[in-house]
Design a protein around this ligand. Structure first.
Ligand code: ASN
Length: 296
């Protein structure tokens, strides 16, 4: 039964990720669901804001600001974070979008992009091998043959990917690639204000995405972070956003943030890839697909 196989595979992914990260010295934090400020995500303009106790609360779109706050307390943290992103209903057809999903979000104090890319490769291979080892029956039931990967994965600069495939390069890159592939050095306009601008290449960011092969699209996204208050404020303004809307985060930056780097992996997309599933709705017993009816 597919539902049962996918649920067991999910459990191995969560267990495998926890096992790997514990071995790397990470501490797991409990997630935040409601917050006074959340990820701006300009590509997803609609948001859910609720009023309670005389103030407004955002449903978490990502825990990016909380991750930067958390590495003030512990050097290596991760969390399985529920994210709500009100994607357009047309995105139901991509097979890759849920409007409620879980992201494995991690952050490392004083880390560089290179260090978290290396970590990401080892994490993904660890989980792939654990699933291969422990989910043979489930993979058979799903008709999935897993690939074998040997890091380091190839890299392509954002500008080279655009030159080859155009601005919507992700699908073609994913389709053509035989291994996961890194896309690095996004231009400043393409991402949110918290990714760090490269001090040696103004206008470009020290960030990255990892794209799955076989047409499954984005696996993870992250980078180094801006951490100095004046720079953060400048980046907020440059994107036409109002610094007042980010007051709690700017207050924290005023107290002092560490340099850090990290990334988030969409858990349901990971399961979709590992299970070879055509639509992400199969990854959840209670999926939230944009615009689609729900049973429970
Ligand atoms: N988790 C991502 C990061 O670490 C942010 C996001 O999900 N938008 O950069």
């Amino acid at each position: 039964m597919r539902e049962r196989a996918i649920a067991r595979l999910t459990s191995e992914v969560l267990g495998g990720a926890r096992e790997f990260l514990a071995g790397e010295g990470f501490v797991e934090l409990l997630p935040v669901v409601l917050a006074p400020v959340t990820d701006p995500l300009r590509t997803v303009p609609d948001r859910i804001v609720v009023s309670a106790y005389g103030q407004e609360w955002h449903l978490t779109r990502s825990m990016i600001f909380h991750k930067q706050a958390a590495v003030r307390v512990l050097p290596k943290i991760f969390t399985f974070s529920p994210n709500i992103r009100l994607e357009a209903a047309e995105r139901a057809q991509t097979g890759r979008h849920l409007f409620e999903f879980i992201q494995l979000d991690l952050e490392v104090r004083h880390a560089t992009r290179e260090e978290v890319m290396d970590l990401g490769e080892r994490l993904i291979v660890h989980v792939l091998e654990r699933v291969r080892e422990r989910c043979a029956a489930e993979l058979r039931a799903l008709g999935r043959r897993l690939p074998r990967w040997a890091p380091p994965f190839p890299r392509v600069a954002w500008s080279a990917a655009v030159a080859r495939y155009g601005e919507e390069f992700e699908a073609a890159l994913s389709q053509e690639s035989g291994t996961p592939v890194w896309v690095v050095d996004f231009p400043i306009h393409a991402r949110e204000f918290y990714d760090r601008e490269d001090p040696h290449r103004p206008g470009f960011l020290v960030d990255m995405d990892l794209v799955y092969p076989e047409g499954y699209g984005e696996a993870l996204s992250g980078g180094e972070r801006e951490y100095l208050r004046p720079r953060i404020e400048k980046r907020i303004r440059a994107q036409g956003l109002d610094p007042a809307a980010f007051a709690p985060y700017l207050a924290l930056a005023e107290e002092g943030l560490y340099p850090s780097a990290g990334f988030g992996i969409g858990v349901e997309r990971w399961i979709r890839f590992l299970g070879g599933l055509s639509h992400i709705q199969e990854t959840r017993l209670f999926p939230r697909v944009p615009g689609w009816p729900v049973r429970l």
